[in-house]
Design a protein around this ligand. Structure first.
Ligand code: Z5A
Ligand code: MG
Length: 208
């Protein structure tokens, strides 16, 4: 069996990073080899340019920053694929769906946004964390970075809906992330335990 590729997507402050870490602990204690990825990965040279833009320390054309986010995924795509082939399950905090949803919410054409991510390793399961902007606003750290504005977040939420609707049932699931940490974690585990250790064959390609 190859590893399972699980992506956690969702709105700002929906608790993705919190839940990715709980999921890692639960997978490890069930004996599943697991590795976490997070996009943007701010540690690479490309990631540092993204970080500077998100913290409003630099300005970039909307298309240029979109392509940097994509390049940040491509620079890690081979590692992701290799680990999956070696039997390691991957849990990824944001992926290409954030890339498309945020750039399209700023006004770029959706198909233009999708095109440079086409061909990346495709997740076996994407869990979308849905939360109302009102609940997100009550959580720590909201409003510190460039995209943390309520109007933009509303458009992003609609675009995630459009992207999720394209998936066959079971490959994209929505979780109500406005509940307690424990309730969200239980729900995530319910979905993950249905697929983990049960996928085989070559890693699929996204949007191809
Ligand atoms: N972006 C893009 O434009 N294009 C791309 O291709 C990609 C990303 C990949 C930075 O992302 C921005 O980049 C993001 C999208 C854009 N912009 N926005 N908005 P990031 O992933 O680096 O962002 P972040 O700083 O990690 O924030 P986040 O991901 O939005 O937060 P989170 O991971 O979903 O939440 P959290 O850190 O786990 O929790 C937030 C707080 O809530 C924290 O204080 C927790 O303790 C608390 N929390 C968590 N769960 C709960 C529950 N259940 N109840 C109450 N409180 C909770
Ligand atoms: Mg996060």
């Amino acid at each position: 069996m190859r590893g399972t590729f699980i992506v956690i997507e969702g709105l700002d402050r929906s608790g993705k990073t919190t839940q990715v870490s709980t999921l890692q602990t639960w997978l490890e204690s069930s004996g599943t080899p697991v590795k976490l990825f997070k996009f943007p990965d701010r540690t690479t040279a490309i990631g540092q340019m993204i970080d500077s833009y998100l913290r409003s320390q630099s300005e970039l054309d909307d298309r240029a920053i979109h392509l940097l986010f994509t390049a940040n995924r491509w620079e890690l795509a081979t590692s992701i694929e290799r680990l999956l082939e070696q039997g390691t399950t991957i849990v990824c905090d944001r992926y290409a769906f954030s890339g498309v949803a945020f750039s399209a919410a700023k006004g770029l054409p959706l198909e233009w946004c999708r095109s440079p991510d086409a061909g990346l390793p495709a997740p076996d399961l994407t869990i979308f964390f849905d939360i109302s902007p009102e609940t997100a606003r009550e959580r720590g750290g909201y409003g510190e970075e460039r995209y943390e504005k309520e109007e933009l977040q509303k458009r992003v939420r609609g675009l995630f809906g459009v992207l999720g609707a394209e998936f066959e049932s079971g490959k994209w699931v929505t979780v109500d992330a406005g509940r307690s940490r424990e309730e969200v974690a239980e729900d995530v585990w319910r979905h993950v335990s249905k697929v983990v250790g049960k996928v085989d064959g070559p890693v699929a390609r996204l949007w191809i």
